[in-house]
Design a protein around this ligand. Structure first.
Ligand code: NAP
Length: 290
């Protein structure tokens, strides 16, 4: 058994409410074990009314870092000493570093998206890109696309059109990017928009376990062999969307790489240690499947 009496064991954690099942404890505790780094990562269920106290506790107990999840990613910002540029533009923090009582917020989903897509830079740079979704992860995706991949056009598709339009206004103002089209998630429009996109990113929870038979579209014509389809969903590891797109010859990417890469950035910010991402990705694939 791990020696839990060790006085130097550092504490990392995740705060959210309710704390749903998360793969972060698995990723970070396995990383610590592989690196021989003396820390433990724990989930903490913290309601909004206790958020400020949780951060006071973080300082008092010298907790090294937290991941932040729903519903605190935006509201936590008011309690931090500093936030990074990308977290400030996106308006959402998923990682806090405690540097001797000074709390700094970051958004490492940006690193997850960037490092997942950078191998395809030549194919997607300057092209038409479609993002489905208008929630927190879509914001990180849109920021990363505009900042790093110079899209010709971003098509924003969402079930609630109003939210897509709000994102369009938000990023037009914050990042001075105006080449947006917005659409409601509605099949006849969808096919045409999807088939004319070089890169399609699903940033909704459609197709996520247990609703694994759900998909954006079942229409094969939406996809072709010149496209890249990136689904942020990581459970199941191959969503119905990816299966359909793959059958049409498209290159498909699941959400596991991003999940591991955003975690790697957080772990680095907390510990200055490099996560063995390939090993973690392989282990996580098996862990999720079982
Ligand atoms: P969120 O802020 O709650 O946003 C959810 C989005 O999904 C909204 O656009 C919502 O549309 C849409 N949506 C939900 N259910 C839908 C349905 N049945 N039909 C159509 N649209 C639906 O969630 P999020 O944090 O952005 O996360 C979205 C997905 O990305 C989740 O599956 C999450 O697990 C995944 N994710 C993966 C990573 C990774 O590292 N791989 C990181 C972050 C998130 P409305 O606006 O109409 O409600």
């Amino acid at each position: 058994m791990k020696d839990l009496n060790h006085i130097n064991t550092k504490i990392l954690g995740l705060i959210g409410h309710p704390i749903k099942h998360s793969y972060s404890p698995y990723i970070h505790n396995l990383t610590a074990e592989l690196l021989g780094f003396d820390c433990i990562y724990l989930p903490f269920d913290v309601p909004a009314s206790d958020l400020r106290n949780a951060l006071r506790g973080m300082k008092a107990l010298d907790i090294l870092g937290f991941n932040i999840t729903i519903p605190h990613k935006e509201s936590i910002i008011q309690f931090l000493n500093e936030i990074s540029e990308e977290a400030s533009i996106i308006g959402s923090v998923n990682t806090i570093v405690n540097d001797h009582g000074k709390l700094t917020g970051y958004n490492t989903d940006v690193n997850g998206v960037f490092e997942t897509l950078i191998p395809y830079n030549e194919e997607i740079n300057g092209e038409v890109i479609t993002v489905v979704g208008a929630g927190g992860s879509a914001r990180a995706v849109i920021y990363t696309l505009i900042r790093h991949f110079k899209p010709k056009v971003i098509n924003l598709i969402n079930r609630t059109l109003q939210r897509a339009e709000s994102l369009r206004e938000y990023f037009s103002e914050k990042m001075k990017f105006d080449s947006f089209n917005t659409f409601e998630l509605f099949p006849p429009v969808l096919v045409e928009v999807l088939e004319n996109s070089k890169l399609i990113i699903n940033a909704t929870s459609i197709g996520m376990y247990p609703d694994i038979d759900d998909t954006l579209t079942e229409i094969n014509k939406s996809f072709n062999e010149n496209q890249i389809i990136f689904d942020l969903v990581y459970n199941p590891t191959e969503t119905k969307l990816l299966k359909i797109a793959s059958k049409q010859g498209a290159l498909t990417i699941n959400g596991i790489k991003m999940l591991v890469l955003q975690a790697a950035k957080s772990f680095d910010l907390w510990t200055e240690q490099t996560m063995p991402t390939e090993k973690i990705e392989k282990a996580l694939q098996l862990y999720i499947k079982n």
